[in-house]
Ligand binder design. Structure first.
Ligand code: UD1
Ligand code: CA
Length: 449
């Protein structure tokens, strides 16, 4: 049976105090929305429907960024969670299967938990994800006997006795799609908030003789982001978990508390990460590679045996083959470095191909931008680029070729050639002494007044 996802992401998130829609605030380098979509993606859903509202255009872009096939519907007015799910009706019309409702602002639900909910569907028409709250605060309360769920009461509508309940509603709900929309049809707005509560579907199901059940998960999974404080807490929780996972997977980290991962960071076994390494999205580090202190990596691939840093920056499209060495103060963007390439110091390589075993001298720059367009630099195998070479792209340097230090290379260099693009040195014997004497005399004159 297929599974469908409905992800609620229409809210403004007033308490974030932000112009950005809440679900676009980032944790682990990616929007909150992506975390929810990733958790749901583990169910291999037949269809994903994102309900956007506030900042819909940006939310649509972010949703498509994660999953180009997802459908986005717009809830123009936020009339409540049941109304929000109702917006997905047309997108799921005629489809048979279970529907899981997730919140875009709740990033840490684990796929295993969603699987457990789907499994509980064999016993209940409606399955709700609950948790034991240390501080139940304003969460909806679950009125349940064991696994059997009677109803959900929202904090605003709860009696003092109901407010004493500690079993709370995470917001995640699962039901057969047709049943879900039938139940939503019956939801009204007679409540303290005057909203269409999704939570009402439980009591409505029960009144129709359908059974409802609760699946319980650890509270950490249900952490919702409503404030900047909670956003920071979510980031910390993510990093704590990601560091522990990396260590468990056989990654060496000298100061794990200073390393920051993105949602999709992949680091292989026996890789070594120094202190203060920051991963943006899209990074793969293969087994046995080493990233030294204070590197920033994003959208790049570092192969086995390569070493990077300290203080290096790998930007999107940086591809380092096996045994590449990238040293301090080197920036690499959209460049492919073949096996054994060495880029030791103070260099910018952008829009470049560098052949195997080539050595790039200190201070080399690929001048890839002419102010309007970007151009590529292609360097062959076993070449030697002298220190402080400016490679003015588009330009090619052939296999086994050399450039002299300080050269500005504007024309292609054939294989095995040496290219010198700098002023010829002039030497004047004894002139330094003459010059120094003259300067000292001027200084003495000035001191006398
Ligand atoms: C909801 C639940 C509550 C639960 C809590 C868990 C209801 C009525 N209450 O309360 O039982 O304990 O979540 O965090 O469901 N949204 C829309 N459109 C709307 C309204 C909301 O897309 O019209 C989205 C929001 O952007 C958010 C999510 O749905 O991502 C939850 O809405 P929110 O208003 O935060 O619900 P709570 O009051 O927190
Ligand atoms: Ca909320």
């Amino acid at each position: 049976m297929p599974v469908f996802l409905v992800i609620l992401a229409a809210g403004q998130g007033t308490r974030m105090n932000s112009d950005l829609p809440k679900v676009l605030h980032k944790v682990a380098g990616v929007p909150l929305l992506h975390h929810a979509m990733q958790a749901g993606a583990a169910l291999s859903p037949g269809k994903v429907v994102v309900v956007a509202g506030h900042g819909a255009e940006a939310v649509i872009r972010a949703a498509r960024d994660f999953d180009p096939d997802c459908e986005v519907v717009v809830q123009a007015e936020q009339l409540g969670t049941a109304h929000a799910v109702g917006q997905a009706r047309a997108a799921l019309a005629g489809l048979t299967g279970d529907c899981v409702v997730l919140y875009g602002d709740t990033p840490f639900i684990r796929p295993e938990t969603l699987e457990a909910m789907l499994a509980a569907r064999s016993r209940h028409a409606v399955v709700v994800l609950g948790f034991e709250a240390r501080d139940p605060g304003r969460y909806g309360r679950l009125v349940a006997q064991g696994e059997a769920l009677d109803r959900i009461v929202e904090f605003k509508d709860a009696t003092p006795a109901e407010r004493d309940l500690t079993l709370c509603n995470s917001g995640v709900v699962c039901a057969d799609a047709a049943t879900l929309f039938d139940l939503i049809d019956a939801v009204g707005t007679q409540n303290a908030a005057g909203e269409y509560y999704l939570t009402d579907i439980v009591a409505i199901a029960r009144s129709r003789g359908l059974s409802a059940g609760v699946v319980i998960c650890p509270e950490a999974e249900t952490l919702g982001v409503n404030t900047r404080q909670q956003l920071a807490e979510a980031e910390a929780a993510f990093q704590t978990r990601a560091r522990a996972e990396a260590l468990e997977n056989g990654v060496t980290m000298t100061a794990p508390e200073t390393v920051f991962f993105a949602l999709d960071t992949v680091v292989g076994r026996d890789a070594i990460l120094g202190p203060n390494v920051i991963f943006g999205p899209g990074v793969t580090i293969e087994s046995g590679a080493e990233i030294k202190a204070f590197c920033h990596l994003e959208g790049c691939h570092v192969s086995r045996g390569a070493d990077v840093g300290p203080f290096a920056r790998l930007r999107p499209g940086a591809e380092l083959a096996e045994d590449v060495h990238v040293g301090n103060f080197v920036e690499i963007k959209n460049a492919i470095l073949d096996e054994g390439v060495k880029v030791g110091h103070l260099t910018y390589l952008g829009d470049a191909d560098v052949g195997e075993r080539t050595n790039i001298g200190a201070g080399t720059v690929t001048c890839n931008y002419d102010g309007v367009m970007k151009h590529r630099t292609v360097i062959g195998k076993r070449a030697f680029i002298g220190s402080d070479t400016m490679l003015v792209a588009p330009v090619r340097v052939g296999d086994d070729a050399m450039t002299g230090s300080g050269s500005v290379i504007t024309e292609d260099v054939p294989a095995e050639a040496i290219a010198l693009g700098r002023a010829k040195q002039v030497v004047k014997p004894g002139l330094a002494t003459v010059f120094f004497d003259r300067l000292r005399a001027i200084k003495a004159q000035k001191a006398k007044g």
